[in-house]
Design a protein around this ligand. Sequence first.
Ligand code: NAD
Length: 370
Amino acid sequence: MEDAFRFADELGPAKIIHVHEPGVGLRGTLVVDNTAAGPAIGGLRMAPDVSTQECFRLARAMTLKNAAAGLPHGGGKSVLYGDPGMPVERKERLVRAMACALGDVTDYIFGPDMGTDETCMAWVRSEIGRAVGLPREIGGIPLDELGATGFGLAHACDVAAARRGFPLAGARVVVQGLGSVGLHAARFLAARGAVLVAASDSRGAIHDPKGLDVEALAALKRAGRSVAEHGAGRPLAADGLIAVECEIWIPAARPDAIREDNAAQLRARLVVPGANIPATPGAERWLHEHGVLFVPDFIANAGGVICAAMEYHGASQRAAFEAIEEKIRSNTDAVLRESERRGVPPREAAVELAVSRVKRAMGWRRWSIF
Ligand code: NAD
């Protein structure tokens, strides 16, 4: 008993469901964390090494992210065990089986995450009638193609830079992980006059203090090539990116990119994360104590889920982007003001904001978390 309830606390999870279908080799887990604000939205992650623990942590992060963004949705997440690069026929069968196995859990809405995409969401929708992050042809707003998260991130940078007293125009930016989030963030920031001075992907990193050509890098990435093949600037070792002098450092790749052992190398005034859990708690605290403003990930990178929720409610692309701008700007501002007012790290202020919203929603339910 104790083991099965090891994640349980006052916010959730409401349910953890494991599904298994040997006929197609399906093994998957769904965590519906808290649905006080509405049906849970959260991505389906596909990877060989996922776990119940990871699924729970991501589901809780969605509860906080959706609450902070003021969405009428709770938090959940699902994980599917398997290599996302498997032949597409097998992947389709597994994703469809996962959807069927969980089709009657109507308080969970599937979305895309690592290892799944809009095609997977179209398969889910065709099986159970609900999913977000759909292709345009069936009412989707293609959030990665349009750069919804990067768009929101650029607004978070703008608000945070103003609080630190410098303008975006001329600010030097470093992006770790020039993928869908990182690349669009770089583009939206460049459009506001910021200068991308260094960037990386899984195959290399480059640095040019005079500024890199973001559109040329975008073309290179579209062609499936690496930033290391750009030809401009100076190549950097991947772990050298953290020491590049800049105003804004954007982690947009893997978890725990900033840790206790490398945080002191950072020479930035702001960290604005595209990635989820990009720093260890100790490193985030250390940065706060040393004057680096760290905008919490679930505040800065909520653009994707705001877009997905707007899609679910039938909004247009334009309305979705207006909602992202408005919510990310006001939340970033509220969190940073509260953190300054009370002298606490921004994460503490952000968690309190989100948890107080979840708790208010819980107070209106007969049962608190569902
Ligand atoms: P992506 O796969 O499109 O891009 C990831 C990029 O990171 C790729 O360019 C990859 O080459 C690079 N990368 C991988 N390992 C690296 C390493 N060790 N060093 C440097 N670069 C590395 O993924 P994405 O959708 O852009 O997501 C990036 C992060 O943002 C993830 O943590 C994801 O959970 C988070 N996130 C994404 C969204 C979204 O809307 N896509 C929303 C919120 C948060």
